[in-house]
Every structure is written in C-alpha cells, then in structure tokens.
Design a protein around this ligand. Sequence first.
Ligand code: GTP
Ligand code: MG
Length: 369
Amino acid sequence: TEFITVGELASLMNVNPTEVISVCFSLGVMVTMNQRLEADTLLLVADEFGYKIEFQDADLEEELEETEDAAEDLEPRAPIVTVMGHVDHGKTSLLDYIRKTNVIAGESGGITQHIGAYNVKLEKGQRITFLDTPGHEAFTAMRARGAQITDIVIIVIAADDDVMPQTKEAIAHAQAAGVPMIIALNKVDKPTANPDKIREQLSAMNVLVEEWGGNVQSQEISAKFGNNVDQLLEKVLLQAEMLELKANPDRDAVGTVIEASLDKGRGYVTTLLVQNGTLRVGDYLLAGKNHGKVKAMLDERGKNLKEAGPSIPVTILGLDGAPTAGDKFRVFGEESEAKAIAVKRGQLQRELSIRTKKHTTLEELGRRI
Ligand code: GTP
Ligand code: MG
C-alpha cells in the first residue's frame, strides 16, 4: 500500500522535498517528488525528521481491498499498449496510421474526437488498446501515482537518426516497470535510414533485438506510408499472447483515470480505462476524490455505449469534478458509499494543504483504492 507523496510529506513536515528525497536515498529508496511512499518508508523518513506518524481508519483500507477473481471467471483481454520515443521519431504518425486503418472503418459518425486512449479491432477480430499519451510525461506521472496500466511499450526509433536521450529514457521506463517492449525502427522508407546502426546502438546498451540473437522483438516500419505496420501489430499480439492477459468481465468495474477536463456544455468529462469488470451507464463511481453516477458513456468516436469491459477505454459524463490522471476508479453498489469516501478524501486533501505543524496525523489521505 502506498500513501502520500514525497512532496506532500515534505510540506506536512515543513521541510524541503529534497531533504526528504535525500533521506529516502540514504534508506536505499530511490524516489522522486511525486512518488507515493509506502507505509514503512513513510514511518522511517518521518522519524528522521522527528515526527511520528499515526495511521487511522484502517477499516477504510479493508473496505477498498481488491477482491480476487477466481481463475474460472477470467477471460482473455486486449493488451494495453503505449507508444514512446524521441521527439519527431514518428509516434503520432504511427498511432494515426493504426487508428485510420483499424478503428471501425466505414462506420457512420465520422469525427474522431481526441481521447487519451482507443481500442482498435484488427482484421482477424483481435483487439489492441492504445494509450495515446503525450509520451513520457504522462507515463511518468502515471507511474509516480502507482498506476501501472501498460502491458506492452512500443519504442519508436527513427532509423535515419540515432538512439536519442528520450529513447533511452523510454527504454529505462519500460525496463523499470518490467513491461516488455517492442522496437519499431521507423522511417525506413528514407534513403538515409540505417536500421543496422540503430540495432548496434541498442546492443551497446544491452537491448538485443531478435535479429541479433536477443529477445527483444523489433520491426522495421514506415509509419508515414504504413509499411509493415501490420507486422508490428502481429508482434504486439504475439507478445500479448505470451503475457496471457486476463480479466473478469463479470464484476463491478475498476480501472484508472486517463484524463479529465471540464467541458462547458457537458460538465466534467473523464476518460477511464476499465481494467477489470464491466462499467455500465448508471453505475456509481469513485475516482480519486471525485464521485458520481455514470450518466453517459462514449467511445473515441463519440458513440454512446451502454457498457465497457476490461481493456476498453471510455469517456464518461457524470463525475462531480475532474480526478487526476492515474487515479484509480471503482464502482460501488450504493452512491452513498462512493460519496462518503470521495468527501473524506477531498477533506483530507484540503486539510493537507493547510496543515504543516508538528504531530499531524496523516490519516488515510490519498490511499489508493
Ligand atoms: P512528437 O510528438 O513531436 O514527439 O513527434 P512524433 O514522434 O509524434 O513524430 P511525428 O509522428 O509527428 O513525426 C515527425 C515527422 O516525421 C513528421 O513530419 C512525419 O511526417 C515524419 N515521419 C513520421 N514517420 C515517418 C516515416 O515513416 N517516414 C518518413 N519519411 N517520415 C516520417
Ligand atoms: Mg507526436
């Protein structure tokens, strides 16, 4: 279980976050400002600064505990894929091409709205969910919030360029998260493309692609012209098969907030990724410190949906505010339950921003679902 972040703890104790970070380092815990600390780290760090932490309301924690699914209730689910890579190496081009060619082509309605995630259906009916994040920042923010939602990362590298700093960072993120990566060697249509040079640079950082006897899948592509993108997707599916991704569609939905905003006409609009269970219109939701009844549910084309199962991203209307990307959400049987927890979280967050004095009790602030 993770609790408040390094930054929040620092402000509670009225010290500089860098001091907290350095104490964490001295304890062998590598952290960043927005990272949530686990209970034992929290106790030790606070102790270093002369504070004693009391955890309260342990019951709430139990109430929110994940129920385990029985093996026989699990069904295969689509892989959730994030595309990362250096600036201009072709992430958007790749996502656009995939979307253009695979998102329910020919269906009426036309205008594809911006949505932070979408699900594509391939020729043979297999599905893949893509998280259309602005790359590293979103991924880092999600990770910092303890949200691990990506099953596979596609690292896009322009073959007419080099393995760049952001490429290395992306690889490091995937490795740190233990998420398998697939290398897309992009822009091979260019005469100046030299994929072998990239493979060599990768091997120099211990990332050995299959062609070179390693176990990292890779595919030469042209995102611009769509060459070999289907092969790349085959590799994604192959990787997904090895991961044996499963979920239980027959339970109340839980998942993660992808993005949220306030729309003038429609109120708070929240994109959610269902990770387990099935989300339905009319469900009562708790998402971070917000709650509400799902009034409407839309896919990335603005089409109304009645329900969304595991690995399906949806945009919903009906929350009382905008939760933060990376917040977990879950469905409750009673609106009052969802509301009580949301209100409590909201209160605690407000208190946190004004309390900096000693002997503050951290309570269950920010406990994750
Ligand atoms: P940022 O979002 O800015 O980080 O860039 P990006 O990684 O999304 O790259 P984007 O898809 O915007 O592509 C950058 C430029 O490279 C654009 O001008 C694309 O047309 C071009 N480009 C992308 N893929 C290919 C390709 O396969 N071949 C060629 N020739 N050009 C490409
Ligand atoms: Mg882009």
